[in-house]
Ligand binder design. Structure first.
Ligand SMILES: [Zn+2]
Length: 385
């Protein structure tokens, strides 16, 4: 629970406002997406777009499907760009961003192209399985998706992230030595620690464990490396190592596999239901005008599961925090790092209970600090005994 007697635990009106606006921005973005999908289906604009895609794709199935994905993504980008720009202005307005407009536009272009490539691969695979195995397509599509998912998790740190940010191996010998000591203590080895040049775009600080197998690495933002003490950075490293030791990425992939299977089953059921009842003008399973319906099922499912997935993520974060407490000499640097992060990122230390329950993948700062302080008190009691 938040300690209100400690003034540092009370959020500034600025932090409250910033986070409230960001939440509403997220909700608006989600709503625009859902309304777009529903309008496409109900008005049969999806069928009209499919016919247009067939003309653009010279009537060939695979090329027309690509054209359809391109049209869909271009329209949804056009619908969402206003909100994206508002988000960009928001970060600048709260002095949290260092990104220039041109760089932001360039990121939008790159983001769109990456989305188009990934979207095309996913959708082509999807309709390939539907056409080849109309009976059991959803199980096969699920298996193929999981393979793709694992490959992407592996490639992300070396292919995807460098499209948007620069990374370089951490040169700091002192920190490398500390990481080796931490890793040996854990009986494990992380292959690399990378300096993440976040400062080119943001004033916020961040750190993460990414990759799978040979690409497994810890990334630390330069905004953190340049402003935190070695002890504080070690506390952050220990937390990330906690994710590695507890195999959180692998476990998350398993959770994702179960959810994706459920999603494919639900998509298949909904598609059959819609076709049998002639709810929309679909020309069977293979008619890709039904793609918005599949996307809608996935969207609704992810909304319903969001609280559960966030609760699972918060559980993992608490586990990684506990691992950090056990690994470092004192929890003091962890506490000061958390306080600095909250200030630097304009985070809400004490969000309302439902906001934390629904939206947050991490426990609130106040809860993390309380856990660290309780751990510290416990340790000093043991020492006295
Ligand atoms: Zn974490």
């Amino acid at each position: 629970m938040a300690d209100v007697s400690n003034p540092a635990q009370v959020d500034s009106p600025e932090a409250r406002r910033y986070n409230r606006i960001r939440r509403w921005l997220g909700i608006a973005d989600f709503a625009v997406g859902v309304v777009f999908l529903i309008v496409l289906l109900v008005s049969d604009w999806s069928g009209w777009l499919r016919d247009l895609a067939y003309r653009m794709g010279f009537q060939g199935y695979a090329l027309s499907l690509f054209m359809y994905v391109l049209l869909l993504l271009a329209i949804s980008k056009a619908l969402g760009i206003g909100l994206d720009y508002y988000g960009f202005r928001l970060e600048r307005g709260y002095d949290l961003s260092t990104q220039r407009f041109r760089s932001w536009i360039w990121d939008q272009v790159k983001g769109f192209l990456v989305g188009l490539i990934l979207g095309t691969v996913v959708v082509e695979l999807l309709y390939f399985t539907i056409r080849q195995w109309p009976q059991n397509w959803w199980v096969l599509a699920w298996a193929l998706f999981m393979v793709l998912f694992v490959v992407l998790a592996q490639l992300a740190p070396i292919v995807l992230f460098p499209i948007f940010y620069k990374f370089e191996p951490l040169e700091n010998e002192e920190l490398r030595r500390r990481l080796i000591v931490l890793s040996e203590h854990a009986g494990t080895r992380v292959r690399g620690v990378y300096r993440w040049r976040l400062s080119e775009k943001s004033k916020k600080a961040n750190a993460a464990l990414t990759g799978l197998g040979a690409t497994r690495r810890i990334i630390l933002a330069d905004t953190l490396l340049d402003n935190y003490t070695p002890d504080e950075i070690e506390a952050v490293l220990a937390h990330e190592l906690g994710h590695h030791v507890h195999r959180h990425i692998l476990k998350s992939i398993f959770v994702q596999a179960v959810i994706t299977l459920l999603g494919f089953w639900a998509s298949n059921w909904t598609l059959h239901y819609a076709i049998e009842r002639h709810l929309f003008d679909f020309d069977g399973l293979h008619d890709f005008a039904n793609l918005p319906l599949l996307a809608l099922v996935a969207t609704v499912l992810s909304l319903l599961l969001m609280p559960a997935l966030n609760a699972y993520s918060r559980f993992n974060e608490r586990q990684a925090d506990r691992y950090a407490f056990e690994s470092i000499a004192s929890v003091e640097p962890f506490i000061s790092a958390m306080n600095k992060l909250a200030l630097q990122n304009l985070a809400e230390r004490t969000p309302s209970k439902w906001v934390e329950w629904f939206f947050h993948s991490h426990p609130s700062i106040s809860r993390r600090l309380a856990a660290a302080e309780a751990w510290g008190r416990n340790q000093s009691v043991h020492m006295r005994i």
